[in-house]
Write a protein that binds this ligand. Structure first.
Ligand SMILES: Nc1nc2c(ncn2[C@@H]2O[C@H](COP(=O)(O)OP(=O)(O)OP(=O)(O)O)[C@@H](O)[C@H]2O)c(=O)[nH]1
Length: 382
């Protein structure tokens, strides 16, 4: 394992793009206007919802390593914050955190500019509060956004479910789902699709939900899944995740079902590796980074399970779960990993751009599988 100490990638730049003067009008300065109307390859994720529903907490916990308890001290957002996390994460998005009191009818609220370049709109509903007002706001937000950009993915986070019993969670989800869709049907907007997630910052559910939101925005997802399927079936591996190391969002996994326990185990492994790397990896002078090309970790659990983590790109790690007996074929796994890594670099076109960019869709003729030869468990190479 490469053990260097500095946590370079755990923060992103944070800048204000809009502000609310006393009238609650919306000011967006010219430079920001320019930026926000540009590249289609940097889609935007919007975080919206009523005041105190938990928007800033979600963003801070997932992308800035804030501990959930610290969010108790977050001040109310009264400006639109644009969080550009592309320097630290594979997730090459801007995340815009809106204040709770967005007024869509304010003439200075430029819905064209805001919704046009948006990939996903996450609407956060506080499940511990009365959600009637939130549902009204959800409907208004979705209908406004859909009018401007029908391609937006609408994602509803039924949030703070840590305070609810299992039965109450299911009942709340059913009720919100029903009412939100009834409202859309009443407005002749049945074609708008809403996805619902039960989330909390106090467990892994928020990371799991964000993973699903982000996956929908990755054009190369089917190819990544295909590669993971080939890799695990040729290497005797039970489950594999491709993780964004900083956020612990998994950007792809093989096609076997994801169980929460495996996902949590893999998240914990990333934390352990980065922590150990930070504590014991100091180079002379304290330079270096906690995660680099040499990053590799193997953890054997007492139930004959092995966890295997290896660097794939600057931001991505492969984390696998396998049985001890499969790990006896370590050479085979390493060889196949080498093929897998090479293919991922091709698919994401890493090395062909200055940033190692990841979001450009690749042409069908270069799907990363050309000339790829994984070594099989038995039989001929494919
Ligand atoms: N129990 C629980 N509390 C949460 C959760 N997420 C956020 N909170 C709390 O909810 C409160 C409000 O969180 P914020 O993130 O400031 O909410 P916001 O939506 O950004 O609020 P505005 O900036 O006013 O729009 C804070 O005290 C958080 O600690 C959660 O998953 N569970």
């Amino acid at each position: 394992m490469s053990i260097n100490c500095e946590e370079p990638a755990l923060t992103g730049s944070y800048s204000v793009v809009g502000s609310f003067p006393k009238s609650f009008g919306y000011e967006v300065d010219e430079a920001d206007m320019e930026e926000s109307s540009t590249p289609a390859d940097k889609p935007r994720i919007l975080l919206m919802g009523l005041r105190r529903s938990g928007k800033s907490s979600i963003q801070k916990v997932v992308f800035h390593k804030m501990s959930p308890n610290e969010t108790l001290f977050l001040e109310s957002t009264n400006k639109i914050y644009k969080d550009d996390i592309s320097s630290s994460s594979f997730v090459n998005f801007q995340i815009w955190d809106f204040p709770g009191q967005v007024d869509f009818f304010d003439p200075t609220f430029d819905s064209e500019m805001i919704f046009k370049g948006t990939g996903a709109l996450i609407f956060v509903i506080d499940a511990q509060d009365d959600y009637v007002e939130a549902l009204g706001r959800l409907h208004l937000t979705v209908s406004r956004a859909y009018k401007v950009n029908p391609d937006i993915n609408f994602e509803v986070f039924i949030h703070k479910v840590d305070g609810l019993s299992d039965d109450h969670k299911i009942e709340t989800q059913r009720d919100i789902h029903q009412r939100a869709n009834d409202d859309l049907a009443d407005a002749n907007l049945e074609r708008v699709h809403l996805s619902f997630y039960l989330t909390s910052i106090y467990d892994h559910s928020i990371f799991e939900a964000f993973s699903k939101v982000v996956q929908k925005l990755i054009p190369q997802l089917p190819t990544l899944e295909n590669l993971l399927n080939i890799f695990i079936s040729h290497s005797g591996i039970e489950k594999a995740f491709l993780f964004d190391v900083v956020s612990k969002i998994y950007i792809a996994t093989d096609s076997s079902p994801v169980d929460m326990q495996s996902y949590e185990l893999c998240c914990d492994m990333i934390d352990v590796v980065i922590d150990v790397s930070c504590i014991y990896g100091l180079m002379e002078g304290g330079s270096g980074c906690a995660y680099d090309k040499e990053s590799l970790a193997i953890i054997k659990l007492n139930n004959t399970t092995v966890l295997y983590l290896k660097e794939v790109t600057k931001f991505l790690a492969l984390v696998c779960i396998l049985r001890e007996e499969s790990f006896e074929r370590k050479g085979l796994i390493e060889y196949n990993f080498h093929c897998f890594r090479k293919a991922i670099h091709e698919v994401l076109e890493i090395g062909t751009s200055a940033e190692g960019a990841v979001w450009r869709p690749v042409s069908s003729s270069s799907n990363g599988l050309s000339g790829l030869k994984f070594a099989p468990l038995n039989g001929n190479a494919v």
